[in-house]
Design a protein around this ligand. Structure first.
Ligand code: ZN
Ligand code: ZN
Ligand code: ZN
Length: 368
């Protein structure tokens, strides 16, 4: 797609401008979201070094194992390649591409095994985290990225609509988790990232993975799951109850969390600070008397990484802008009893308001 390639070249030009602004010499990216963002090349990290070198003049070179060059050529045809054979030293090749002066930014999630070799190959240079360069770019999604997030979010919505049709009572959390993973794939995900199924007291632990607990009638169950489609990630949470009627406190807590999320939506608009969204959601939960049980921030940015900037957390004064995408996910966790969380991905639209990318029903759904 020519237009897509043009946007990668444009991103690299903007990243190079930031490299110059910071007085850096080059940006070194091992496999990960930044590499995907700047070159469209997605691959898993292995011990064989693959590294995109973007120098201060905007020249991009992908240093990669020779046998992977055909794959890289398809994924990033517009990026020059320098390949290395099994007995070559790829670190020396990278070092030869790095300008003689200025700091060097390395991927935040680069393996230490690579970084230590770069320190040797580029002695007496100052290293920095690549997010200094890429964070501001990646945080502001372009139209194609928002569209990718919408598509993956709606795919997750469809998986949710299907899981509530299945019986829960008598089955283990793990089985529901496996069903969810299968549904995410069936609905278009090409990668399943996580399936949290927190039933009864397990729901009070926000990141409880699906375990062996057998779900019973009367349980409240937190379902939080997501994965990726063409690199862009989904992340949705709904809380359901098993049986005909939910308990009184469960109903009350679900209503509080739902109102907290709505308050988060109302506060999330262009020019509002990230922390003000957290404060708005938290106020509803505080006012209802559950403040001490809302034990995490209200949300996180999302894109090529499942958690990225901006973070909706107290202390983050960053202003929201059109194109920023993030979760709004208040929760209440009552230890030993149950938990409730509702999470959508939202994006700040051109008109300045927060538009939900997830459209799955927010109601406290009853499952069998
Ligand atoms: Zn989480
Ligand atoms: Zn989640
Ligand atoms: Zn999340």
């Amino acid at each position: 797609m020519p237009s897509e390639r043009a946007s990668f070249a444009d991103r690299r030009a903007r990243a190079a401008a930031k490299v110059r602004e910071q007085d850096f010499g080059a940006l070194l990216l091992s496999p990960g979201a930044d590499l995907q963002y700047l070159a469209g090349y997605q691959l898993f990290t292995s011990e064989r070094l693959t590294c995109l070198v973007l120098d201060r003049d905007g020249k991009a070179t992908l240093v990669c194992p020779a046998f992977e060059a055909p794959r890289a050529a398809v994924a990033a045809p517009d990026v020059e390649r320098m390949t290395w054979g099994e007995t070559d030293d790829p670190y020396a090749i990278v070092a030869s591409l790095v300008p003689a002066s200025g700091g060097i930014a390395v991927a935040d999630q680069m393996w230490a095994a690579f970084f230590l070799r770069f320190e040797e190959a580029l002695p007496r240079r100052e290293f920095h985290a690549a997010s200094v360069i890429t964070r501001g770019l990646r945080m502001r999604k372009d139209a194609a990225e928002v569209e990718a997030l919408r598509a993956v979010s709606e795919s997750a919505d469809r998986a949710y609509a299907r899981i509530v049709e299945r019986p829960f009572a008598g089955r283990r959390e793990r089985e529901i988790g496996a069903d969810l993973a299968e549904m995410l794939r069936a609905e278009g995900h090409d990668e399943v990232g996580f399936t949290i199924v927190g039933s009864g007291p397990n729901g009070a632990s926000p990141h409880h993975e699906a375990g062996d607990r057998r779900i019973a009638e009367g349980d409240t169950v937190v379902l939080d799951f997501g994965g990726a489609m063409r690199g862009y990630r989904s992340d949705i949470t709904r809380t359901v109850y098993v049986g005909k009627t939910a308990g009184r406190e469960e109903l009350r807590v679900h209503d509080v969390v739902r109102r907290a999320q709505e308050a988060g939506y109302a506060a999330a608009r262009k020019d509002a600070s990230a922390e003000s969204v957290d404060a708005a959601a938290r106020r509803v939960i505080d006012d209802a008397g559950y403040g001490e049980f809302f034990i995490h921030r209200t949300g996180h940015g999302i894109g090529l990484d499942g958690h990225e900037h901006p973070y909706l957390v107290h202390g983050n004064r960053e202003r929201l802008e059109p194109g920023m995408a993030f979760s709004i996910e208040p929760g209440v966790y009552l230890p030993g009893r149950f938990g409730v969380r509702i999470e959508d991905i939202a994006v700040i639209d051109a008109d300045g308001s927060a538009r939900p990318l997830n459209k799955a029903n927010h109601a406290f759904a009853s499952v069998a």
